[in-house]
Design a protein. Structure first.
Lengths: 228, 243
């Protein structure tokens, strides 16, 4: 790994990163009409999840390549809960006991509005999941946290986590009802409505007071500086 | 060359086939039911390719010009010994298995040219279970259907990829016999397409359906106690039991 593309520190890489979609009430309200139309036909019942596989993992300072034909990416700026002990069928009341820490996560995707059968090439490209180091959970309350996104020094987005369809404890309960979360897994609480876009050359900074900052840049694919 | 990983008397050991069943790395020869079978390597991510059979694509009105459809799945790992389908037992009424040829990636690769596409580690067998009771039309196939605990058995053998022929046919002429021509993308083309978009690391297993769609996906009620065998000639028979 070159200095321009630092990976996560040894021992700090998550096991599996899962993301939850449609977890911002504003997004659900915007799409309410589409919920009953084809191809969806019905509103989602279980959490709508996706995987960010390990080729997407990146750390502070990563240079993330955007394919030239795409032009821009969307930054689904969010927070990830780090699982501290194996969680199977966990109750909502006990869910936060299974969280050992949090990460600030820049969940990058090629812009798309299709929630039906999205291709993995949208969300699962190399380094499309820069994450800050995990911060211990003690003393951090997601319910009162804010997240700001700056692109080239200018604030372009601000969100909080009060409008979640499933607050974190409920999300953990509903996910572990059907699948086990393992130690080191990260569960993203979901993209915000109105997530900002970024382009090659941009420098992005995410900040969550109480958790810290995450900075990374975007480059054009083919100009990423590193061949593997 | 084929290898397995087994647990015997509390130890995890590599194993190879022998006349009685398995030969452990310490030389002990045993019958196959004397050991607990693990997946043949510690896999990273399983990428399951969707819509790679022409008849399936046609059924779904899929136009081939799109990307490689697929979903990363968690590797779950019980084979031969009973995987825990416990959560499906009481509530599931509609579950199906899918016999898949899994290609095990041997080294980090990206933008692989077609001529080098067969330079991977080997093959194994996957059974990509789906619990269709929970199918929803959001980010299909949704994780509640596909990513359940122990619902992607892999193994038992990892078979060296070098026995694959240069034209891309799998061992034992699997491709031709099972209707390789029906694939939406030729295999070497897929090898080129997928690494162009994602980075595959050591032991990442890329699952692929070896049978035509209509044979591979049996939609039926699988009862507790049912023994399911997914076998690919020349690769191995993966056996698991529904709990």
């Amino acid at each position: 790994m070159s200095l321009t593309n630092p990976s996560l520190a040894a021992g700090d890489a998550p096991a599996t990163v899962y993301g939850a979609l449609l977890n911002d009430r504003a997004t659900v309200e915007r799409l309410a009409e589409a919920f009953t139309q084809p191809p969806y036909k019905a509103a989602p019942k279980a959490p709508v999840l996706y995987v960010k596989p390990r080729n997407t993992f990146a750390g502070e300072g990563a240079a993330v390549a955007i394919p030239s034909q795409a032009g821009a990416v969307r930054i689904d700026a969010t927070v990830g809960a780090v699982i501290g002990r194996r969680a199977t069928k966990v109750s909502e009341a006990q869910a936060l006991d299974y969280v050992s820490g949090y990460r600030v996560v820049s969940d990058i995707t090629l812009p798309h509005e299709n929630y039906y059968r999205p291709s993995i090439q949208l969300r699962c490209r190399d380094r499309f999941c820069p994450m800050s180091e995990a911060v211990p959970a003690q003393g951090f309350d997601l319910a009162v946290a804010t997240l700001r996104v700056r692109v080239n020094g200018e604030q372009v987005h601000e969100r909080d986590f009060t409008g979640l369809v499933r607050p974190l404890s409920r999300l953990i309960a509903d996910v572990t009802e059907f699948m086990t979360l393992e130690v080191g897994d990260v569960l993203l609480v979901g993209p915000p409505e109105g997530a900002p876009l970024a382009r090659p050359g941009d420098r992005v900074e995410l900040e969550v007071p109480g958790l810290g900052k995450l900075s990374h840049t975007f480059v054009s694919e083919g100009n990423a500086g590193e061949e593997r | 060359m084929r290898q397995a990983r087994v647990v015997y008397e509390g130890r995890t050991l590599m194993a190879t086939p022998c006349a009685t069943g398995v030969r452990l790395s310490d030389g002990t020869e045993l019958r196959e039911e004397q050991v607990t079978w693990l997946p043949p390597a510690e896999f990273g991510t399983v990428f399951a390719l969707g819509l790679n059979y022409a008849d399936h694509a046609k059924e779904l009105k899929f136009q081939g010009a799109g990307g490689t459809a697929g979903v990363p799945e968690r590797t779950e790992c019980a084979d031969r010994t009973p995987p825990s389908h416990a959560s499906a037992r009481r509530t599931c009424t509609f579950m199906h298995y899918e016999c898949e040829l899994a290609v095990v990636i041997g080294k980090t690769c990206k933008k692989v040219p077609a001529r080098r596409a067969y330079d991977f580690r080997g093959y194994t067998v996957a059974n990509d279970y789906a619990i269709r009771d929970y199918l929803e039309n959001w980010y299909r196939p949704n994780l509640r259907v596909k990513n359940r605990d122990a619902c992607t058995p892999l193994g038992p053998w990892l078979v060296d990829g070098r026995c694959a022929r240069s034209d891309g046919a799998a061992p034992a002429d699997l491709g031709q016999r099972q209707g390789h021509a029906g694939r939406q993308h030729p295999r070497h083309d897929l090898r080129r397409r997928l690494p162009d978009r994602v980075l595959l690391r050591l032991h990442d297993a890329e699952s692929r359906r070896p049978d035509p769609h209509r044979h591979a996906r049996r939609r039926r009620r699988l009862q507790a106690g049912r023994r399911v065998v997914t076998e690919i000639e020349g690769i191995g028979a993966l056996i698991n039991t529904i709990e």
